[in-house]
Write a protein that binds this ligand. Structure first.
Ligand code: AHR
Length: 503
């Protein structure tokens, strides 16, 4: 029997969990908006055209913040196209994804939808083809009460009250050669700084995210962060990180270890931020915004065909990864990694939310269902709030192609304001359960309220419209509590949420 040990103490904490780490992302890309959240004529559509079956699945995730409108899309986007009478909005070629954007869902419509699903919006400005002028104008449009050109235009367009968007991204992946308006770190840093200044002069209450590297393996990684931060450190609050993983070699042990790369990425960016801050004698500590993370690889070949066949088609079915069971396990480990770094990561966005590399899938005119990755994301969002605890974990380890000493048990825990403890754990062992013994004596009397387990015998199992519950969590009450010590079995290859209630 393989054994693992965990020690938790209420005084050993990482920090309070910023609920925005359970954010997500909707880009004007593929069927995320058109055919995803919005489908007028669908049997569940409301009078604005928003699918209520999708809205319910989103609400159930309790996503506190949604990044919008891109992504690569934003680097060629004119925000002005997306406001005003719909019949007069232009159709534009989208050079990021080689499709056509109709602008039928724009800023007002999206913000209406976001409030339906009880989420704030994190709005990205275009620093690809545009710059400080368009950015200050969109802040004035969205946040200024009235009495100026753009704020009065918003009122004329039907929104008397300001939208009050608090969090803004200064462009997207500006380090990537694929980006419309790709820049060097110095060019971007200067532009980000000048844009940040004028955006904050319009609304000093906003917070800003500067673009870090679009992946850890970018050749410019590290130098990019350092050089651009030298230019804009004083005027921004967060640096972004993006990371996607795939199991291209069908090597599950390797794939499940990828969260170690995510952890290293976070630690490296935090260190670079602090080095720049230190050199500048700054008292300010930057936060991290992991505003794109997920598994993304299943749809890559199919997308090439779609784009070859139907270039410039609107709402093409792009990036429609169908997630399997092992993807859900890695997503679980990535959530554990975000919680373990809750002192530094203040915002994170599962990329994306509907149809495009998403936990929620839809069929045009048909159903909406939860993919495998929906479940760990929902559990972490619902039960991972409060204080992130700093556990001591002892686990057997394994070696694989890319990593050494990978713990079989990937686990962390949170403490709610009510004194309840939740343990999140992935067992990476392909075959054997782990017998976990957790020392919880510091928390007083606790009892196992539920043990949620996500497991399937086949790592390739998927959910479909016809069989949406193939990979779905089961809830049991098991394990024993003896004098503050929990003994519980963590099944082979599984995602676990152990909810311990204070009694
Ligand atoms: O999320 C899909 C794409 O991935 C985004 O548009 C881009 O920012 C990233 O490369």
């Amino acid at each position: 029997m393989k054994q693992a040990r965990m020690i938790l103490d209420k005084d050993f904490t990482i920090g309070s969990v910023d609920k925005r780490i359970f954010g997500s992302f909707i880009e004007h890309l593929g069927r995320a908006v058109y055919g995803g959240i919005y489908e007028p004529g669908h049997p569940t559509a409301d009078k604005l055209g928003f699918r209520q079956d999708v809205a319910k699945l989103v609400r159930d995730l309790q996503v506190p913040i949604i990044r919008y409108p891109g992504g690569n899309f934003v680097s060629g986007f004119n925000w002005e196209d997306s406001v005003g009478p719909r019949s007069q909005r232009p159709k534009r070629l989208d050079l990021a994804w080689f499709t056509t954007e109709t602008n039928q869902v724009g800023m007002h419509e999206f913000l209406d939808w976001a409030s339906q699903v009880k989420a704030e919006t994190m709005y990205a400005v275009n620093l690809g083809t545009r710059g400080a002028d368009a950015a200050r104008n969109v802040v004035e449009y969205a946040n200024h009460p009235g009495g100026s050109y753009y704020s009065d235009l918003r009122i004329q367009n039907g929104a008397k009250d300001p939208f009050g968007i608090k969090l803004w991204c200064l462009g997207n992946e500006m380090d990537g050669p694929w980006q419309i308006g790709h820049k060097t770190a110095y060019e971007y840093g200067r532009l980000a700084n000048e844009t940040a200044k004028v955006m904050k002069w319009v609304d000093p209450t906003i917070e800003l995210v500067a673009c870090g590297s679009s992946a850890l393996d970018m050749p410019t990684f590290g130098a990019w962060e350092r050089e651009m931060l030298e230019e804009c450190y004083d005027n921004i609050e967060y640096v972004s990180l993006h990371r996607y993983y795939g199991n291209r070699t069908a090597n599950t042990p390797d794939f499940l270890a990828r969260s170690m790369d995510m952890d290293a990425f976070i630690k490296s960016v935090a260190a670079i931020c602090d080095a720049v801050g230190g050199r500048r004698h700054s008292k300010k500590k930057l936060g991290l915004s992991f505003d794109e993370w997920n598994v993304w690889y299943h749809s890559s070949e199919q997308d090439k065909e779609i784009q070859k066949k139907d270039k410039w088609g609107p709402a093409l079915p792009l990036l429609e990864d169908i997630y399997n069971f092992e993807d859900a396990l890695l997503v679980g480990s990535m959530l554990v990694t975000l919680l373990r770094n809750a002192d530094r990561v203040k915002i994170a966005c599962l990329a994306q939310l509907v149809n495009v590399i998403a936990p929620i899938m839809t069929r045009n005119g048909g159903g909406a269902w939860a993919q495998t990755i929906y479940w760990p994301f929902m559990h972490a969002s619902l039960y991972g709030r409060g204080t992130a605890l700093r556990p001591i974990v002892e686990s057997p380890v394994y070696d694989c192609t890319d990593y050494e000493a990978v713990p079989l048990l990937d686990a962390t825990a949170t403490l709610s304001p009510e004194g309840d403890v939740t343990i999140f754990a992935v067992n990476r062992d392909l075959k054997e359960p782990l017998e976990l013994s957790a020392d919880l004596r510091a928390f007083g009397k606790l009892q196992v309220a539920e043990h949620i387990v996500l497991h399937h015998d086949d790592v390739n199992a998927i959910n479909t419209e016809e069989a949406p519950n193939t990979v779905a969590p089961v809830t049991k009450v098991d394990g024993t509590m003896d004098d503050g010590k929990l003994s519980i079995s963590i099944p082979a290859l599984s995602w676990n949420v152990i909810r311990l209630k204070k009694i």
